[in-house]
Design a protein around this ligand. Structure first.
Ligand code: FES
Length: 122
């Protein structure tokens, strides 16, 4: 199984790791197949993501994809961040091995849930 340099970089040096105690929105997604899970925390100002952090109980690909997801989402409007797909994350990492594609679901989906939770609070 081959990982790109970009995947290895985000795995070894994850960006935006941790949580935000007073987050405006939190999303947690688990993968039923492997049992791994990822949480994404966001702070929102003027309809933009001004801070974002993640925590994952997951494999190397889950760490790398969560790190990349936070990088892609930071500074985006909520609508732009909602439009970030699992494929966008995998593409931004230069691709993932076929067997690891499902790992990119966690953070992208958790980001969307965090945004929905924020919006539901009105
Ligand atoms: Fe579970 Fe990658 S194997 S997220």
């Amino acid at each position: 199984m081959e990982y790109t340099e970009e995947v290895m970089d985000h795995f070894l040096n994850p960006r935006n790791i941790g949580d935000i105690p007073d987050a405006d929105g939190v999303g947690t997604i688990g993968n039923q197949v492997c049992g791994d899970m990822t949480s994404v925390y966001i702070k929102v100002a003027d309809d933009r993501i001004v801070d974002i952090k993640f925590k994952t109980f997951g494999c190397g690909a889950a760490i790398a994809t969560a790190s990349k997801t936070t990088e892609l989402a930071l500074g985006k409007t909520l609508d732009e961040a909602l439009a970030i797909t699992r494929d966008d994350v995998a593409d931004a990492l230069g691709g993932l091995p076929e067997a690891k594609l499902h790992c990119s679901n966690l953070a992208a989906d958790a980001l969307h849930v965090a945004i929905e939770e924020y919006r539901a609070k009105g």
